[in-house]
Design a protein around this ligand. Structure first.
Ligand code: AQP
Length: 348
């Protein structure tokens, strides 16, 4: 069992350990998704806990998606999952819209969650910006559907990047309020698993902004489909400062771009930041960047090659997603039925 699952205090002793997480097919996968989420997904899969990983297409349409691109991105995300080591024989891999119980439980949670809770979400504020009146209702209610994604499986642990911490807290609030309102102990209080040197990979152009698949600048991110040349170009052009690298983590304070590249190096090489700085401290970026390029290419190129191989057979990806959805529904359907019974719906 994963250390993260074992060592955290367990308010969910009555629930079987189960891991759920999802990624939006709202663009191509980035190095941020890979280091912050997918690598952790693979570790948890290999630890023997039951794992479900979802392409959350219903979340993706909270902002406009071209239908053909959405279909392509969903298949590409499935290919990325498998190329990075997720195995449909070990994990349940599926897309959200094929499991209607997510949206059905999401509606119940829309009636449990409060408007004020949603309005405080920083991702809502960032994405809706000053134009909240024009944002979709779905974007506002996004965290309620996310709570349903997790709780429809009674998932006890959710591996995510740092940016999702607030949404996970809200999931816990929804579970707590539901349990309290109906006088039950039905939903677990899910634990986020946020670990590693790269829980928040930053933009290569601006160390204060998260690396994101929807950033308008392609130079801000490394895509999991980028070839060696693009990876090298983006790292060579990544913003830095004129100082040499420090030899301890304290020396990265106030240097967000330097910190980001060191964190990426540490995560890709499975070393601590301290160990990396002990080795590279005193080097200029002109020396460090080629080291990072070699490492990133050697780690990412095989994944991108495998993704394109898998993308040559979209029918096989669709078949795999269909099977995954059936397996997911086998867990979700009884939990939805029980939820409906608890809230007083007639089931005949
Ligand atoms: N930069 C990042 N560093 C570490 N982890 C990250 N994640 C995303 N960006 C980083 C983690 O990846 C998982 C999937 O995220 P998502 O696609 O559902 O939504 P997101 O967090 O909004 O990701 P993006 O790339 O920024 O997508 P867009 O641009 O569409 O909003 C999550 O676990 C997230 O923490």
């Amino acid at each position: 069992m994963s250390d993260a699952v074992q060592t955290q205090s367990n308010p969910n002793a009555a629930f079987k350990p189960r891991v759920f997480s999802g990624i939006q097919p709202s663009g191509g996968l980035t190095l941020g998704n890979y280091l912050g989420a997918i690598r952790r997904f693979v570790e948890m899969q290999e630890s023997g806990i039951e794992t479900l990983y979802c392409m959350v297409d219903l979340h993706a349409i909270t902002v406009w998606q071209d239908p053909e691109k959405l279909r392509h991105n969903t298949r590409e995300l499935a290919a990325g999952f498998m190329a990075a080591g997720l195995d449909p024989k070990k994990s349940i891999l599926f897309n959200q819209s094929q499991v209607p119980e997510h949206a059905q439980l999401g509606w119940v949670f829309n009636c449990v969650a409060r408007m004020g809770w949603m309005g405080r979400m920083t991702q809502w504020k960032d994405k809706a910006g000053k134009n909240a009146e024009q944002a979709s209702l779905g974007l506002f209610a996004y965290p309620s559907l996310m709570a349903a994604d997790i709780l429809i499986y009674h998932a006890t642990h959710v591996p995510v990047g740092e940016d999702q911490k607030q949404h996970l807290e809200l999931t816990r609030d929804i579970a707590t309020k539901f349990n309290h309102d109906y006088g039950v102990d039905f939903f677990p209080i899910t634990e986020p698993v946020i670990e590693g040197a790269a829980t928040r990979v930053m933009s290569l152009r601006d160390g204060s902004k998260k690396m994101s698949k929807s950033d308008p600048s392609d130079m801000s991110r490394i895509n999991m489909t980028d070839g060696a040349e693009d990876i090298a170009k983006k790292i060579r052009k990544a913003k830095t400062d004129p100082e040499a690298l420090p030899s301890d983590a304290k020396g990265l304070e106030g240097r967000p771009e330097a910190r980001n590249l060191v964190n990426i190096y540490a995560a890709l090489s499975n070393q601590s930041v301290e160990k990396v700085l002990a080795d590279v401290g005193g080097k200029q970026f002109s020396e460090f960047k080629p080291m990072l390029i070699d490492l990133a290419v050697s780690e990412l190129a095989p994944i991108s090659t495998e993704m394109s191989r898998l993308m040559n057979d979209p029918a096989e990806i669709d078949r795999m997603l269909g099977l995954g959805a059936q397996n997911a529904r086998a867990i979700a359907a009884p939990i939805l039925e029980k939820t409906y019974e608890i809230v007083g719906m007639i089931r005949s």
